[in-house]
Each structure stands twice: as C-alpha cells, then as structure tokens.
Design a protein around this ligand. Structure first.
Ligand SMILES: NC(=O)c1ccc[n+]([C@@H]2O[C@H](COP(=O)([O-])OP(=O)(O)OC[C@H]3O[C@@H](n4cnc5c(N)ncnc54)[C@H](OP(=O)(O)O)[C@@H]3O)[C@@H](O)[C@H]2O)c1
Length: 303
C-alpha cells in the first residue's frame, strides 16, 4: 500500500527513469520532462531505441524489463519510475487474441518486476500506464475512477498492472488510465484514417456509445502532471468524450466522404459506452486537454 496515498506532495526536479521510453507516449513524455529540467533516462532494449533517446537529448539505460535485478540496476538513483510499456498489435492483427500476448506479458510480468525493482531502488513514486476502457458500460452516465470496473479482453491485464503497481511498491503510486491515443505517428490512428478513406468506421460499439479519446500531446502532459498529484488513480481523456457517431462524422468530414459505414457492434471492452471523466486529474493537478481529440484531431492528420 502507498505510504502517503492521498497526501499532496510537490516533487521538484527529479531523477526519472522511464520504461517504454521509445513508444508514442514515452518519447513525448521524455521531451516534456526533459524540457522542464528533470533528469530523465530511458530504458531501451535496442540500438534504434538508444539512437532515438540520444536524439531527444537523454541517456539510455539497458535493462531486461522482465528481470527485476536488471531493472534494479537501471533504476539506481531514480526518485521516480514511469512505466509506459505496451506492445499493442497493429490494426490488422488486433482482432486476433494471440497478437496481444506480448502486451499481456508486459502488463503482468514486467509490471510486477518494475514495481519490485522501483521498491528495491527506493524510488518515491511509481507512475503506471493503464487504460480507460476498463469500466462497465455506463450508457450516458459520467464514469469517474470509482465507477464499476468490468475489465475483460485486452483490458484485464491493464488492471493487473495497476494492482502490481499499487501492491508491490511501497511509495506513491499514480495510475493513469489513458483514453484511446490519437496522433499523427500512431499506427492505429493512421489505420483509422485509412479505413475512413475507404468509407468504413472502426468503432467497435454502437453509434451512441461514448469513447474516451486523447491527443498524444495531452497524454504526455498528463505524465508530467503525474509527478505532483497525490498518489491515486486518474482517468486521462477528452474533457467531453465524444460518441462513436460524433467521431465518425468528424472523421468522414476530414477525409471527404459523406458518412462511414458502421461495423456490427462487438461485445468486448471497446464496444462499451464509457463517458469517462478526467475531472480528478484536472482538480488535483490542473491538467486539461488542449484538444477534443476524438473530433478535432482528424484535420491535423489528413492535411
Ligand atoms: N491508450 C492507448 O490508446 C494506447 C496505448 C499504447 C499504445 N497505443 C497504440 O499502439 C500502437 C503502438 O504503440 P507504440 O508505437 O508506442 O509501440 P509499442 O509497441 O506499444 O511500444 C511501446 C514501448 O514499449 C516498449 N516495448 C514493447 N515491447 C517490449 C518488450 N518486450 N521489452 C521491452 N520493451 C518493450 C517499446 O520499446 P521498443 O522500441 O524497444 O519496441 C516502446 O518503448 C500505436 O498505434 C499507439 O497509438 C495506444
């Protein structure tokens, strides 16, 4: 359990180590934290990863993210550990459950090794990535962080990662439940635009269902905000999450088609209506998204 959960503490310039540092959120978080004077190091397993971190002006550190001893060495001296590891399959493989095996391994085994290693390194704060699609279908109701969870499908391992971060680490744990990332270098965003150009919607749920979406730049600023808010769990999504119908209308307009053909609604977590509220992070840390990503991002990507 957190030793000071609920107690607000200011963290000044910190020594920070990030796992998942080279992905779409990791590299933005690094840019933001480095620019504000924190001393940031990124864990990577590859030469291209090291090059990417060097281009961002930060040091790389080698570690096997499934090995606690290796991570403990990487976290030596860190005051804050930020775990942004994912391995999300490409859009054409998402429907295949086996394509999610590595992502599940990261969210189960690696999250445990990271929490224990952060504890061994005596870090004072652990920030753990999670997702906003973990809630039960709420219809039109707003869902805060205490709303009933349903998990299931690819979201179950995200809840396991949350539990590991809270239970295996003794310092302040901040869990960020991110909405669907949207940005120009996100493979899934580009696949959504390509499907729209063919006149097809990728929405898994019915038109009236709410979908928490998030501009990647706003996701990065939420990671920075996570350094100073009280320990706890925070949703991170558009202030006013759009419905699938709103998203599809904005997307259709951006790619110049009349309307998108809806898919037959599925029954997985992504098809539930989740009108997620990020009010807690706004009130605790002043975080506010600059874009309503689900409806405002498309013009930036298609032009
Ligand atoms: N909330 C969301 O909607 C959400 C969240 C995450 C990702 N996504 C989507 O998923 C797609 C891919 O995301 P991404 O480009 O960030 O890549 P990714 O494949 O999800 O990788 C993210 C990070 O995790 C690291 N990683 C992955 N597997 C690893 C392993 N086995 N061992 C050590 N490190 C590992 C990657 O390092 P390497 O560079 O070494 O591979 C990278 O730093 C994008 O379309 C993105 O938008 C969405």
């Amino acid at each position: 359990m957190s030793r000071s959960r609920g107690v607000r503490r200011q963290i000044g310039m910190s020594r920070i180590v990030i796992t998942g540092s080279t992905g779409v959120i990791g590299r933005r978080a690094i840019r933001e934290l480095h620019a504000t004077g924190h001393h940031v190091r990124g864990v990577t397993r590859s030469a291209p990863g090291r090059e990417r971190l060097a281009s961002l002006g930060v040091d790389a550190v080698d570690a096997d993210v499934f090995d606690e001893a290796s991570l403990s060495r990487a976290f030596d001296g860190a005051e804050v550990v930020i775990n942004l590891l994912t391995h999300i399959p490409s859009a054409d493989r998402m429907a295949d459950p086996s394509a999610w095996a590595e992502n599940d391994r990261l969210r189960t085994k690696a999250s445990a090794a990271i929490a224990r290693a952060a504890q061994a390194a005596r870090a004072r704060r652990l920030v753990q990535e999670s997702i906003a699609f973990v809630y039960a279908d709420g219809g039109d109701a707003w869902l805060d962080e205490d709303a009933p969870l349903a998990g299931g499908g690819v979201t179950t391992s995200a809840l396991t990662a949350e539990d590991h971060a809270r239970e295996m680490f003794d310092g302040d744990t901040v869990v960020l439940r991110f909405g669907l990332f949207l940005g120009p270098d996100s493979g899934s965003t580009l696949a959504t635009v390509e499907a729209a150009r063919r006149g097809t919607s990728i929405a898994a749920g019915p038109p009236g269902a709410y979908r928490p979406t998030l501009w990647l730049e706003d996701a990065a600023s939420a990671v920075a905000t996570a350094l100073s808010v009280p320990a706890g769990t925070y949703n991170v999504a558009d202030a006013d999450p759009p419905t699938n119908a709103e998203i599809d209308a904005a997307l259709a307009a951006a790619v110049g088609v009349t309307a998108l053909r809806p898919r037959t609604p599925g029954d997985g977590p992504m098809s539930r209506s989740q009108r997620v509220s990020s009010r807690r992070l706004r009130e605790a840390g002043g975080w506010a998204p600059r874009l309503r990503a689900g409806t405002e991002i498309w013009g930036r990507i298609t032009t």
